[in-house]
Unconditional design. Sequence first.
Length: 546
Amino acid sequence: MTTPWFKDAIFYEVYPRAFYDSNGDGHGDLPGLTQKLDYLQALGVDCIWLQPIYSSPLLDDGYDIADYYNIQPQYGTLEDFKHFMAEAHRRGLRVIADLVLNHTSDQHPWFQAARSDPQSPYRDYYVWRDDPQHYQEARIIFVDTEKSNWTLDPVAGKYFWHRFYSSQPDLNFDNPAVQAEMLNVVKFWLDLGLDGFRADAVPYLFEREGTNCENLPETHAFLKHMRRFVEENYPNAILLAEANQWPQDLRPYFGDGDEFHMCFHFPVMPRIFMALARHDASPVIEILQATPAIPEAGQWCTFLRNHDELTLEMVSEAERQWMWAHYAPEARMRLNLGIRRRLAPLLEGDPRKIELANALLFALPGTPIIYYGDEIGMGDNIWLDDRDGVRTPMQWSAGQNAGFSATAPEALYAPIIADGVFRYQEVNLTAQQAQPDSLWNRLRGLIDVRKAHRAFGWGSLRFLALTNPSMFGLVRQHGSELVLAVHNLAPEPVQSVVAWADIPAPAGQAYVELAASGLTVDTGAKGLTLALEGYGYAWLQWEITS
Ligand code: NOJ
């Protein structure tokens, strides 16, 4: 079993198509990403989540795989991948990649064979029915595009099952051959040195009549089988689950430490945005209190944004409406049950708020993952379709945008951003690296601090009752290290006393200020009086000597 290095790591999500274009063809690529490894090292991240790089018609940006064993030509070659891995490892960076188990592209040769020949061994790789009346309790995920989870294939003359776009037929996990194929895929990439996988859409692998076809026992059994295979053959590799579920349904994905090493904590994410907008941490506190304990060697993966819409599936209908009204006032900002905007525009481009949101994320239990570009407060482009608006080119400098050619073939790579505030001429890495107090430099500092203090990744969690409701205080403790983290969720200055009794440190014992923004502290007999400016925060650390 791997040492749980991931428990106090920082992850970084890269969309390779938009990260760095090394040859000016309008597509980011693996050689470009390799050139930017020094950058990721300078930022301080430990592990890269590489989004799909496999051969694909790109109807779902690579989550529609046509060949699991090859690289999409615009992104490079297998040799480029090997070189990228070697260069990442040389710098001490780990890399996990997407593992798309649930479905393939309809362009995959398995589906092409399956649809055209009922006798083909591949027919049973997919889920076919004569009519679309089955599994009626399964929800539709892409509600804006799909009317049903069944589509009639004109070639086969039968309906096939799909949880996502109709160009992504679901694989039939009841077929042992499919399970074996997927373990081969796992083997192939881990043999090339990959450090693990972010496993896509894991709740949906099996279907059973009379259920909602999510989180089924058969699905967990296969995932445990996959973990055993990984554990036995690649003990240092990790598995991270994408399961957009409520805490009680997420918990089983850790198993008894024998399923996933990590799971994204989907429900906490929208609640961080609720807390920021309402100046009240209760939604975050409530969901964390409702989150079951996980195995010691497991870890949550926490995030503010990613390449998808900000999903509002794990909130109530009333909360969803509230989030839409507050954060997505225009119809084109909404997609499916979510919001297709980036972090900076969601937080009005206010660097104090963006820094606070990150500080809060970092102070919570779990391993944070940063979505590329959010570290500089990059904007979005709501005029692009689907989720493309949050997948625009990384804004490296005020000059050529991300190395992407100005004559790039696709709108995706045209010079972007409707709202002038977020133009790459103004918001770019080069400019921020030159300013000591820029968002990038401030986040870089927070990353260093988080990694240096085990209380964040390993520590217990206790919420502090503070007199001012817009102040969110938490105590993280691991061994003799205690970190007090207090955040002001409101734009107005606030003040509160943290009693010595709430910090199990002897009264008056000196603390270290690990990080802060807009903070004044007054040490008194009763406790610490913390004054925070609007959106300010403080991380204070004690070594408990008692
Ligand atoms: C989840 C991925 O994050 C999303 O981008 C994709 O469209 C679906 N799974 C289908 O693979």
